[in-house]
Design a protein around this ligand. Structure first.
Ligand code: AMP
Ligand code: ZN
Length: 142
């Protein structure tokens, strides 16, 4: 992908603060450093988002994340936890369309990262949960 910034990082045409690399993934510091140590893990193969992974690529990429996450956590005794995020589609805040996983170390509950999940359970009853459940199951097949 000629115009993909992360493919250029994989190719070495754009510099990055790489922390880990093998034949499948590259992990490098996110330029924004949302919190110190904020790292991106990307497959070297260009896939735009989670919907383009096949099971083999998924298992290879996901298998590498715990080791990188554990190294980041061990790198600083102030890191108490970590959010791992994968944004898919513009509506989900994806801005670079080469799939990537954000590893965001957490220091305190008032550091520079926030996530809001609204609790909409008051709007649901058994019937509406089951309708959503069925609509997804129907797409999964056997
Ligand atoms: P997302 O919004 O989930 O697509 O995340 C894209 C991330 O890529 C952002 O957090 C950016 O800070 C980061 N980013 C963009 N360009 C670079 C770059 N050249 N090196 C490192 N991180 C980058
Ligand atoms: Zn790419």
């Amino acid at each position: 992908m000629d115009d993909c910034i992360f493919c250029k990082i994989v190719a070495g045409d754009i510099p990055s603060y790489t922390v880990y690399e093998d034949d499948v993934v590259k992990a490098f510091l996110d330029i924004s450093q949302g919190t110190p140590g904020h790292t991106l893990v990307i497959p070297k193969k260009h896939v735009a988002n989670i919907f383009e992974y096949d099971p083999e690529l998924a298992s290879q990429v996901f298998a590498r994340i715990p080791k990188i996450a554990t190294a980041i956590k061990a790198s600083n005794p102030d890191i108490k936890g970590m959010n791992i995020l994968n944004n898919n589609g513009e509506v989900a805040y994806q801005s670079v369309f080469h799939s990537h996983f954000h590893l965001i170390p957490r220091y305190t509950d008032h550091d520079d990262f926030k996530m809001i999940f609204k609790d909409n359970s008051d709007n649901y009853d058994e019937e509406s949960y089951k309708k959503v459940q069925k609509s997804i199951i129907d797409q999964l097949g056997d």
